[in-house]
Design a protein around this ligand. Sequence first.
Ligand code: HAM
Length: 436
Amino acid sequence: MSSPLYQSPKGVHDILPDDHLYFSFIKKVVRHRCRRAGFRRISTPMFENVDVFTRGIGETTDVVEKEMFVFESKSGKKFALRPEGTASVIRAYLEHGMQQLPKPVELYYIEPFFRYNRPQKGRYHQFHQFGFEVLGEADAAIDAQVIYLAYRINQDLGIADQLSLQINTIGSVADREKYKEDLIHFYTGKERSLCEDCKRRKDKNPLRLLDCKEEDCQILASMAPQFEHVMGEASKDHFALLLEYLEKLKIPYTKNPRLVRGLDYYTHTVFEFWSKSEGSQNATGGGGRYDGLIELMGGQDTPGLGYSAGMERTMEYMKEVGIRPPNKDKVQVFLAQLGLVAKKRSLSLLNELRERGINVVGAVGKDSVKAQMGLADRLGAKYALLLGQIEVQENTIILKNMEKGCQETIPYEGIVDKMVQLVGENKLEDKRLWEE
Ligand code: HAM
């Protein structure tokens, strides 16, 4: 087969109907769980002034240094396609006076994002995240609630047992400044053993050296000073309390002192959900506390925290472990017709069935009953209705159960109610199957 004239650019992709079943299901679960927990939805623009991200995420992070799609307007203003949601949500929070709202302010989003990193499985130039942010509360119980929400969503999606929650604390800003000094001191004189990225980052962002994937850097990181030794009592208490809450909520976790995350705004709690089989390679989601971010972006000192998960990675993971979302697109009824009077009656019957919530297809452009029934088969319709000239004259209709292969002629009167009842019984059956 020759390749098509046009193809989508590398790193971006179409979401085809079968994948939309996953996306719709993920969105439904996220909306449901977020609403239940008092979150309200927010959408920010696809691009922002570049400073929102350089300031919010941090100039020396990979995301800002290497992965942003930056462009200039005709008047010379610099914009960036959003690489993540948190900085934009904080910008919107401050811009729209949401500081005046009762605290905590709880917002969630389901949006596309853009990062210019090397495309590979689970890593794209355009991808989707769902995420949530809680602004205005410093208590460790809020961290536990955010982690619970992420975990609960994973449970609803059927993947919680295959993911491991990795959790760490990176302390307060003051703790970290002290720790950074210790790390710079430790790495000074050992630069030759570091990869090029780590050499460059050593003085500006030495924390990132701890989660470098290069073997030599990992060996050095395992010998580096431990954060615990510089962490203040308040930070230790916050973390200890959070772990207690997680135990109370029966959320299994793994303490991972090497987890630092790639964005600069984090303080105290950081966490990620890793695949138990693939480790950190394809984290489905991650988040943490960012108590200094709102102030950094021009607001008053306000604590915050949040989480976001990649929808493509979540979907791929659901597929890998064999989770199939309910198919809301499934054709439930096929309506076949023969002859002009039957076709006329079919047109209104199709609409009546659709108005009553049934997914029904009628091939009114086809005249051969054989071709129509072949299509009903291929679409996987559970029921077919057949309307010919005789049926119209006698005011009847043929109802065929496509799975069982049996059919009966029944009165036309009341057919819509009957189909609503039959399809409803099947929906219940499908729901039971999904929940099993
Ligand atoms: P992040 O860890 O950079 O955090 O991204 C969260 C998730 O987005 C990742 O775990 C991954 O599933 C997905 N993701 C990231 N980059 C890509 C990519 N290039 N292709 C496909 N999926 C990707 C954040 O974005 C923070 N804003 C999370 C947060 C919210 N922290 C506090 N509040």
